[in-house]
Design a protein around this ligand. Structure first.
Ligand code: F6R
Length: 585
């Protein structure tokens, strides 16, 4: 949440580079944005409310001059969406400018102390205290001493970039929120994640918790919380970037759904070659562990539910927990293997769950999309799902590849599924777009929708409901068909949309479908059962294998959710109140 970006370059005109870099982080938050540039010992700031392009139209970031700047794109936590609350924030004297991703928990206490000694605050944010804190400390301390004090005295999470009017440097501090330095030939870039600079370099160093650094255009020094200099290894990363831009697509979400066949093949190939060793190690670890627990959130949790289904079918006991509840429900010890599943690799709830598991000496492995992300770096072993950059906030191709990896794992234990033709089957599904759009138009007129599944399709029902909710803003509930009669049936009226996921000829879900139909529900069926194939309200998924059906039904649901949201004219790639990387609790 919130993206921060900084650049120090040989080149005197970095405004365009800053703008492009910040745009690459926009999926982290888009409530407001801003930039501060240092030009001839003067800090110039431009900021406003709205998405980056809109703000740029208004303030023209390209007018900013200088070879050194910091920038921010905000996902609001403390303080409403206003210009005053946008970053960068300034000290009273204007000599210091900061951008921050995270939450300063004890900001009220600090603000009170600073106010008493004369500091004037212009925003309601927690972040603004950072600029005033440093202004005050620097009256009688060096910047290194101020950073040491900050790390000691501040409660909460932070990735901070700080500019001082009199220095050609960016100061950076980090705890829990991600921060990396991209090393380029003629410049250094600081950013929340490697995607911000992966088009410019494949070399980076990563800040660890409670470290701070001093960065110039051709050097970087990092220090631990006691101010001791530390050596950092430069990591080379490979980050699959699909063709940039939306191309022919109206939204990134559709582009990313249509990339699914390609990324599935890429992952399967890599598990046979580049990642073969690590994949083998993961299988061994699963075999050796007495207990296996998946930890994940949102869409990634739904993939883990599918994984649990596949593994249970062949007798491998696994439990899956929503990461934010992990410590309340998991019984973890040294014989436990915790498998974190995360697209971003930065989800705070998952990180918390892993820290809890580590304290109990459990083994940690992960399946992630973003290389060198915090979760990957916390893991003893980590597999890349290789979905490539997902720009749309709603996860689609990453969900597919998480599930494919889980299917591959299940296959190793004897689960029968042919994955070789999966990408062809996905392409086949895309041909039904017209029919799906017609169904979507109908559903878009309702305020509520219910999606029902059983067994294999229960996780899919939840995932489709999540997709509908987050991008169309229609209330949707994904549930077990069997649970309807225990309460929810009371909500079914004439015309209530119910999407039923029917795997083969599962009689139980067929009965549940009849039950809601009898109460007037408007039924849509997603099925691999050819007897339903020709019906108008049916999205037919041509696959006999029920394990694969779960995955393909989820993609059908992605398409349906996309079209519902598109008919309603929603901002599909940037739904309100959401962000791609959830680094708050
Ligand atoms: C929904 C979505 C979210 C994420 C969740 C976990 O489309 O993308 O529900 O799945 O926030 O994020 P990761 O996978 O990055 O840990």
């Amino acid at each position: 949440m919130c993206g921060i970006f900084g650049c120090l370059s040989n080149n005197d005109n970095i405004a365009l580079l800053m703008l492009k870099g910040l745009k690459r982080l926009e999926y982290r938050g888009y409530d407001s944005c801003g930039m501060a540039f240092l030009d001839n010992h003067v800090i110039n700031v431009k900021k406003d409310v709205g998405e980056i392009d809109r703000v740029n139209d208004k303030v023209n970031f390209l007018e900013l001059k200088g070879h050194l700047g910091i920038a921010h794109t905000r996902w609001s936590t403390t303080g409403k969406v206003t210009k005053q609350n946008s970053h960068p924030h300034q000290s009273c004297d204007g000599n210091i400018s900061i951008v921050h991703n995270g939450i300063i928990e004890n900001y009220e206490e600090i603000k009170q102390v600073l106010t008493v000694i004369g500091h004037k605050f212009v925003s309601n944010t927690d972040s603004e205290v950072i600029a005033h804190y440093f202004e005050e400390k620097l009256k009688n301390k060096s910047i290194n001493e101020a950073c040491i004090d900050f790390i000691k005295e501040i409660k909460g999470t932070f990735a901070i970039l700080l500019l001082k009017q009199d220095e050609d440097k960016i100061y950076a501090l980090k705890r829990d929120s991600p921060l990396a330095v991209g090393i380029c030939k003629d410049k250094n870039i600081l950013a929340s994640d490697i995607h911000a600079f992966s088009n410019l370099t494949n070399k980076a160093i990563f800040f660890d918790n409670d470290e701070f650094g001093i960065i110039t255009k051709d050097s970087y020094e990092l220090f631990n919380k006691d101010g001791k200099a530390i050596e950092k290894l430069i990591k080379s990363f490979e980050w699959k970037e699909e063709e940039t831009g939306k191309k022919k697509y109206k939204h990134f979400m559709m582009k990313e759904i249509e990339e699914e066949p390609k990324v599935v093949d890429r992952l399967l190939r890599s598990l046979d070659y580049e990642q073969k060793n690590d994949f083998g190690k993961l299988i061994e670890l699963i075999k050796k562990s007495k207990k296996i627990i998946f930890a994940a959130c949102g869409t990634s949790y739904h993939a883990s539910l599918l994984g649990a289904y596949y593994l249970h079918k062949i007798g491998v006991e696994v439990q899956t927990l929503i990461a934010s509840e992990f410590k309340h429900y998991a019984n973890v010890d040294k014989d436990t293997l915790v498998i974190a599943i995360s697209q971003s690799g930065e989800t705070m709830d998952v990180i918390d769950a892993l820290n809890y598991a580590k304290e109990k000496n459990a083994k940690i492995v992960s399946l992630v999309n973003v290389p060198y992300s915090t979760i990957q770096r916390m893991s003893e072993l980590s597999l890349n799902i290789l979905a490539g950059q997902e720009i749309s906030v709603a996860s689609t191709k990453a969900f597919v590849n998480q599930t494919v990896l889980l299917l591959r794992i299940a296959q190793e234990f004897g689960y029968g599924v042919n994955l070789k033709n999966l990408s062809a089957k996905l392409k086949n599904l895309f041909q039904q777009k017209e029919k799906i759009r017609k169904i979507a138009k109908k559903i878009s007129q309702s305020n509520d929708a219910y999606i029902i599944g059983r067994g294999l399709t229960y996780p899919v029902a939840r995932e489709i409901a999540l997709k509908i909710k987050e991008i169309s803003y229609i209330h949707a509930e994904g549930m077990m068909g069997g649970e309807l009669k225990h309460g929810t049936l009371a909500l079914i009226d004439d015309g209530t949309p119910v999407i039923s996921l029917i795997s083969n000829s599962d009689e139980d879900i067929i009965s549940n479908t009849r039950e809601v139909e009898a109460r007037g529900a408007d039924i849509t069926i997603i099925t691999n059962n050819p007897t339903f194939k020709e019906q108008e309200n049916v999205i037919y998924v041509n696959t006999g294998n029920d394990g694969k059906f779960g995955l393909l039904a989820a993609t059908a649901g992605q398409l349906l959710a996309y079209h519902i949201a598109d008919v309603l004219g929603r901002p599909i790639d940037k739904p309100k109140n959401l962000s791609k990387s959830i680094s708050v609790r």
